[in-house]
Design a binder for this molecule. Structure first.
Ligand SMILES: NC(=O)c1ccc[n+]([C@@H]2O[C@H](COP(=O)([O-])OP(=O)(O)OC[C@H]3O[C@@H](n4cnc5c(N)ncnc54)[C@H](OP(=O)(O)O)[C@@H]3O)[C@@H](O)[C@H]2O)c1
Length: 407
């Protein structure tokens, strides 16, 4: 009989949160949910609180009174909190052994940091904090003894392909330490589906809107990451995430378009071997791996059938139609506060695109302009990162108000 793992889920009402809960529901003898968070969707969170009886739950400050009102008189003993203090309280809740970081965007930074600070085992889907200040998070993990388990599918695939000693090194915030230390890891290939506009002409890309961008061909995800997948910024963020998590240089991480989304990434070893991980494109697979690591448990996802799959195709990304990937690569090369600026500009651009205030092809124009005018500094502590994020958002919002030229 396995020990019960107490789990807190940040972003429980989102796509990652839902997938995590679906795996957890398959294993009631193994996992116990002690903390949950959402932001606006308080009814959905209230339903989860009713079902799972966590000890602590948090929503936005704006919604916390209405959220509490739903539980008045029910006699439950759940602590209901609001705002970023509430998120942090869930992240560092003493009874939680494992924290699933499933908030979307920079909004997850402080709670992820709090979970790392508290020495938790953290299943990291929320890639933006790693992009903004992955070095700081790794340093903090080394100090606190936190265990970082990547569950973004590509990074989880890479993690699965590493020998156990290197897995431990990555989880402890040490990375794989480059090519010349006998680990044999030379480089990584991140695969990308290519998103909904893989075959869309440059002319037609000028006309696409939010509805088109949200129709991802292989993955079912939240709106922000779906738009990022359509621009290929998601792969750019993942490139920075890979450099951070595995301690590699950007020249050691290549991106390949693989429309079937069956091979989730590959590690190239010095003897010429390539080891990759394959599965149906369903986040329950990496989440189940992270939840039970180092054991394997049922995720509810069927294995791949090669005959149904038929073939695996690979092609190079088109940086003319999708400039965001190269912008992210440039940010990875520059380092310091440049990835923080890239991420903040991208979040503002994606919000504006979803709200119909910015064209699809203007997204990279805004980001490039922000990067061109950003004064790089080295990133030393969380407060500084939050300040840079705030400043860039202000500048990007002003640019939007002044009008962004067509690309
Ligand atoms: N979805 C995927 O398949 C996938 C795959 C790999 C990596 N990821 C990464 O995982 C993260 C989550 O993605 P997702 O697709 O699950 O996003 P999502 O479906 O949009 O869910 C986001 C979650 O975060 C909460 N949230 C939204 N704004 C917040 C704020 N300001 N403060 C605190 N919580 C907030 C949401 O609460 P409400 O519901 O109340 O708004 C929701 O629970 C992202 O970083 C993404 O890049 C996702």
């Amino acid at each position: 009989m396995p020990n019960i793992t107490d789990v807190a889920i940040l972003g429980a009402t989102g796509s990652i949160g839902t997938s995590a809960l679906n795996v957890i529901r398959l294993h009631p003898d193994r996992f116990n949910v002690v903390g949950l968070s959402a932001w606006h969707r308080t009814e959905a969170l209230a339903a989860l609180v009713g079902e799972l009886s966590p000890r602590i739950a948090a929503v936005s400050t704006e919604h916390v009174d209405a959220f509490r009102a739903q539980f008045r008189g029910t006699g439950g003993d759940v602590t209901l909190l609001g705002g970023s203090a509430g998120l942090k309280a869930v992240a560092e809740y003493p009874r939680a052994d494992t924290v699933v970081a499933g908030i979307s965007g920079a909004a997850g930074l402080e709670s992820t940091f709090a979970a790392v600070d508290a020495g938790k085992r953290i299943l990291i889907a929320n890639k933006e904090p790693l992009v903004m200040c992955g070095g700081l998070l790794r340093k903090e993990a080394r100090r606190s003894g936190a265990c970082l388990l990547p569950i973004d599918s590509e990074h989880n695939a890479i993690f699965q392909c590493l020998p156990e000693a290197l897995q431990q090194s990555v989880a402890n915030g040490l990375g794989v330490r480059g090519t010349d230390n006998g680990t044999g890891v030379e480089r990584l290939t991140l695969t990308a589906s290519g998103g909904p506009f893989l075959r869309t002409s440059a002319a037609d890309l000028r006309q696409v809107g939010p509805k088109d961008a949200l129709q991802h061909p292989t993955w079912d995800m939240g709106p922000k990451i779906s738009v990022d997948s359509a621009t290929l910024m998601n792969k750019g963020l993942e490139l920075i995430e890979a450099c951070t998590l595995f301690g590699l240089d950007e020249t050691q991480v290549e991106v390949v378009i693989h429309p079937q989304s069956a091979l989730h990434s590959v590690v190239h070893f010095s003897d010429g071997s390539l080891i990759g991980q394959m599965a149906n494109p369903d986040m329950r697979v990496p989440i189940a791996y992270g939840l039970a690591y180092p054991e394997r448990i049922a995720s509810g996802v069927h294995g791949l059938d090669f005959m149904t799959l038929g073939r695996l195709e690979f092609e190079s990304p088109d940086s003319e139609r999708f400039p965001c990937l190269e912008l992210a690569r440039a940010a990875a090369r520059e380092g310091g506060s440049v990835p923080t600026a890239l991420n903040a500009a991208n979040e503002i651009a994606v919000q504006a695109f979803l709200a119909g205030r910015l064209g699809f092809c203007q997204i990279p124009v805004l980001i490039r302009d922000i990067m061109d005018h950003h004064n790089k500094v080295s990133v030393k502590e969380l407060g500084q990162v939050l300040e840079i994020d705030r400043e860039v958002r202000q500048r990007a919002s002003k640019m939007l108000a002044d009008g962004i030229p067509a690309s």
